[in-house]
Unconditional design. Structure first.
Length: 202
């Protein structure tokens, strides 16, 4: 499936304008918690399962589990929220940043993380081309992105929990926390793009 990149931004959240803006309800017994290192492995697994065509998941589970998620969960520049079902299992997550550049620099300015990525990219020329496309997209859209400094970095819901309004609930939580956000959707999934469009991104 071809890689596609699309920039979507939500300027204002106005509950009640349409059905998609109505507050979403969580299933009974589910709870939202601020994620910590104890959830790192589960977050990495869901990240890879739900976004297989994204750059980091394509570089393998070890990069996510050993480098990306531990750094992200300890970063002071991003907030990661985990949604747990009534059995305490991870059903979804969202990652938010009030300012995108400090969070990005905490990764791409980290020699250890960059070295781990480079080792994997050298062995995967097609993924290397993919990564250049991912890095180039924000540069092309920088003016639009700069107008909305906050960013919804990642949002994922496990397959068996989709269709329950969980993704919409997580998105509404992010918008309540951040206000207007920017989001760069890097996916070949039509369902993912439709999800953001229905939520009011354009």
């Amino acid at each position: 499936m071809p890689f596609q990149t699309r920039f979507v931004t939500r300027h204002v959240l106005r509950p009640g304008v349409n059905s998609e803006d109505q507050p979403a309800l969580l299933p009974a017994g589910w709870q939202l918690v601020r994620a910590d290192l104890t959830l790192s492995a589960a977050l990495a697994r869901l990240h890879r399962a739900s976004m297989p065509d994204d750059l980091l998941p394509r570089l393998g589970s070890s990069l996510l589990e050993q480098h990306f998620w531990p750094r992200l969960l300890q970063s002071r520049h991003g907030d990661t929220w985990a949604l747990l079902d009534d059995r305490g299992e991870l059903a979804g997550f969202c990652v938010m940043a009030r300012a995108r550049m400090p969070l990005r620099l905490s990764f791409y300015g980290d020699p250890g993380f960059c070295a781990a990525m480079l080792v994997r990219l050298i062995c995967r020329p097609r993924v290397l081309l993919h990564s250049l496309m991912v890095l180039a997209a924000p540069l092309r859209l920088q003016r639009s992105i700069d107008e909305v400094p906050a960013e919804l970095v990642l949002l994922a819901v496990r397959e068996e929990s989709r269709g329950l309004g969980v993704g919409r609930w997580l998105l509404q939580h992010a918008l309540r926390e951040l206000g207007p956000v920017a989001c760069l959707v890097k996916t070949a999934s039509d369902d993912a793009r439709r999800f953001y469009q229905r939520a009011g991104f354009a």
